[in-house]
Design a binder for this molecule. Structure first.
Ligand SMILES: NC(=O)C1=CN([C@@H]2O[C@H](COP(=O)(O)OP(=O)(O)OC[C@H]3O[C@@H](n4cnc5c(N)ncnc54)[C@H](OP(=O)(O)O)[C@@H]3O)[C@@H](O)[C@H]2O)C=CC1
Ligand SMILES: CC(=O)[C@](C)(O)C(=O)O
Ligand SMILES: [Mg+2]
Ligand SMILES: [Mg+2]
Length: 404
């Protein structure tokens, strides 16, 4: 942001102060609009403007107005006051339990962890400084002690443990999820929350590992929030406060259904399944045409992750294009619609498979097996052993800053 700001023309600066001056926005939001507007003079982007609607921040996302909530709205003293009578009971200590739990603990909230005694998660929780009998308990005891029950078991375990856990979620407690999965696909999961508790969702849009690392860097992952059931009239406010408490950057509103549809779709698509398929297809064609593994890997993965994709993340797709040669730009402009057309039917099929519950049932069946950890590990090992990723290890080891 600083370097962009430094490049800002005085015309852009005038625009910024005018736009920001129209509404009261946090310094963080202001600096964000500042960088966007700075760019707009270069790329003729639509302006991002901020408005306050009854104290709520509404932003223009490419022509659609959406309400957002930011960390700046919840300074730590306000968060402490809000949760002064609460115990956040994190049930499950996988990737999200780790990230959300440690962030909420660092934010000074009263957090306890509940996991199976002496399982893999129990050991991880011990390593992260949770203390048996004080902040680390078997699942049932943690639910008993908690006021906000954060169900971060695996989606399959949320379903299989529900008959035992449901009676413990008594009136006055709040039930929290990080996925719409269990509640939305209730025909398959059989998770039907008691009718006398608030049921809310905070879904970080990224790995629990980065929920933690971004927070430690003073940054934050974006999360969605939703309310499934509001018995106190405070459910939404609680979801917002919890979203900030677990380390989010900004929060956007969704529903349980929209969250789970988009999440299952995204991870099977571009975020994970799609990118592995695309990388592999490109790599294999290069290899079939006599290119070395080093060349095929560099031209497919290394250049993407180390050079071009971070530019998309920092400043958008047009910026990445503009940072490449005119030769590359011409060809990429021509081929993008061809890839879009080829991929669109696959994405349509994927969305349908998510919506009709096929993906959910597969996941429940597979991850509900007692051997789920070994079974997944075996398939991940098959990926690790693909030539592309073996070549990648050597390429990474040659980075000047490589550390083992
Ligand atoms: N991973 C991520 O980054 C994201 C996850 N989410 C959502 O957050 C929730 C948690 O996901 P994630 O953190 O990945 O966790 P995992 O899916 O990796 O689940 C791990 C936890 O589930 C426990 N568990 C598994 N089976 C059982 C069982 N039969 N009985 C009791 N405990 C069991 C494990 O305990 P043990 O070690 O004892 O087996 C462990 O604590 C899910 O709803 C997920 O969809 C949302 C956004 C991103
Ligand atoms: C990290 C995340 O948001 C995912 C990919 O949806 C998940 O781990 O379920
Ligand atoms: Mg996700
Ligand atoms: Mg997911």
């Amino acid at each position: 942001m600083a370097s962009l700001a430094a490049r800002t023309s005085s015309k852009a600066l005038k625009n910024v102060s005018r736009t920001v001056g129209r509404s009261t926005v946090s310094p963080l939001a202001a600096s964000r609009s500042y960088s966007l507007l700075a760019r707009s003079t270069v790329a003729a982007k639509p302006k991002t403007t901020f408005e306050n609607v009854r104290g709520v921040k509404t932003l223009d996302f490419a022509g659609s107005k959406e309400v957002v909530y930011e960390r700046a709205d919840w300074p730590l003293p306000k968060l402490h006051e809000y949760f002064k009578n609460d115990t956040l009971a994190l049930i499950g200590y996988g990737s999200q339990g780790h990230g959300q739990g440690l962030n909420a603990r660092d934010n000074g909230l009263n957090v306890i962890v509940g996991v199976r005694k002496d399982g893999a998660s129990w050991k991880e929780a011990l390593e992260d400084g949770w203390v048996p009998g004080k902040t680390l308990f078997p699942i049932e005891e943690a639910i008993d002690r908690g006021t906000i029950i954060m169900n971060l078991l695996s989606d399959a375990a949320q379903s299989s443990t529900w008959p035992q856990l449901a009676p413990l979620i008594t009136k006055g407690k709040t039930l929290y999820f990080s996925h719409g999965f269990s509640v939305v696909y209730k025909e398959d999961t059989h998770v039907v929350p008691p009718t006398d508790v608030d049921v809310i969702l905070v879904a970080p849009k990224g790995s629990g590992r980065t929920v933690r690392t971004l927070f430690k860097e003073g940054r934050g992952i974006n999360s969605s929030i939703a309310v499934f059931q509001d018995v106190t009239g405070k459910a939404k406010e609680k979801a917002i406060a919890l979203g900030i408490a677990v380390g989010s950057g900004y929060l956007y509103e969704t529903t349980f259904e929209k969250e789970v549809y988009s999440d299952l779709y995204g991870e099977r698509g571009v975020l994970m399944g799609g990118i592995q398929g695309m990388f592999l297809a490109q790599y294999k064609v290069l290899r079939a045409n006599g290119h070395s593994p080093s060349e095929a890997f560099n031209e497919t993965v290394e250049e993407a992750t180390q050079s071009l994709f971070p530019l998309i993340g920092q400043h958008g797709m047009d910026y990445m294009y503009a940072a490449c040669s005119t030769t590359a730009r011409r060809g990429a402009l021509d081929w993008a619609p061809i890839f879009e057309a080829a991929n669109r039917p696959v994405f349509e099929k994927l969305y349908e498979s998510v919506k009709n519950g096929t993906e959910t049932r597969k996941s429940l069946e597979f991850n509900g097996r007692s051997t789920y950890r070994e079974d997944l590990a075996r398939e991940l090992k098959e990926i690790d052993e693909q030539e592309i990723w073996r070549a990648g290890k050597t390429v990474r080891s040659l980075r000047p800053d490589y550390k083992q």
